[in-house]
Design a protein around this ligand. Structure first.
Ligand SMILES: C[S@@+](CC[C@H](N)C(=O)[O-])C[C@H]1O[C@@H](n2cnc3c(N)ncnc32)[C@H](O)[C@@H]1O
Length: 230
């Protein structure tokens, strides 16, 4: 992805903030909270120093704190997304949840800073997925856990075909109308094209030197939860 494209992605996420959470609930048929809870649990956050990359409006970061993380840094390169996260987290006055304006490809943290690093629905948007994952691995303490939650290539067969039709043709205009930003949701199916299938993503994690890379499929095989250890 060129700098231009990264800039476009950042601006696009900045524009869709007002209805972002609502659309997540609608598009996932209310399941996205459950997926984030599973992702947080996979990070084994109890007592951990946690980083959530591409934190958006902060739901996974909040879940990491709820599940006992000692502190959480929620990082995103969209100031608008972080403002929404700030509005959400301000109510709890949680001094152990910090926000950081940061690019996933250049995380502003020293090596081995966090016991777990998570990302949810972020990888598809990165200019260079292995480089982003390497950066997340860099800031993990030895033995620390990396958790990636994202959509994945739908399975073959009837369900996969129906899902593909929904995702490519029905969802973009519907979500575009609700969000008031059709271009943003035309980008959504686009972002999955060329995204590594779940086994390939696990292989990338292994190639980066992470151990125990594995994944499980959720939502009928349309969402994948990857874990690996530094
Ligand atoms: C689909 S949203 C997911 C937000 C949140 N993780 C969630 O589960 O709802 C993708 C987020 O990743 C952020 N993002 C995309 N590329 C990024 C990058 N290179 N560095 C930091 N954040 C990035 C976007 O700004 C956006 O907030």
């Amino acid at each position: 992805m060129s700098t231009d494209r990264a800039g476009n992605v950042r601006q696009m996420f900045g524009r869709i903030v007002p209805r972002y959470d609502l659309l997540n609930r609608l598009m996932s048929l209310g399941m996205d909270g459950r997926w984030r809870r599973a992702a947080a649990a996979s990070a084994r956050p109890a007592g951990a120093r946690a980083l959530d990359v591409g934190a958006g409006t902060g739901d996974l970061a909040l879940e990491l704190r709820r599940q006992g993380a000692a502190y959480v840094v929620a990082a995103d390169f969209s100031a608008e997304m972080l403002a929404a996260a700030r509005a959400k987290t301000a109510a709890s006055r949680d001094t152990r949840l910090a926000l950081a304006l940061a690019d996933a490809l250049h995380l502003p943290f020293p090596d081995a800073t966090f016991d777990c690093v998570t990302n949810a629905f972020v990888l598809r948007n990165l200019a260079d997925i292995p480089a982003g994952l390497a950066e997340m691995a860099r800031v993990l303490t030895p033995g620390g856990r990396l958790v990636c939650l994202d959509m994945t290539q739908p399975p073959p067969g009837l369900f996969g075909s129906l899902y593909r039709w929904y995702f490519n043709h029905l969802l973009p205009p519907l979500a575009g109308a609700i969000s008031g930003d059709p271009a943003a949701y035309r980008y959504l199916p686009h972002s999955l094209h060329g995204f590594p299938p779940a086994p390939d993503l696990a292989a990338i994690l292994t190639d980066l030197g992470l151990s125990d890379a594995r994944y499980r499929l959720l939502a009928g095989g349309t969402v994948a939860l990857h874990t690996a250890r530094a």
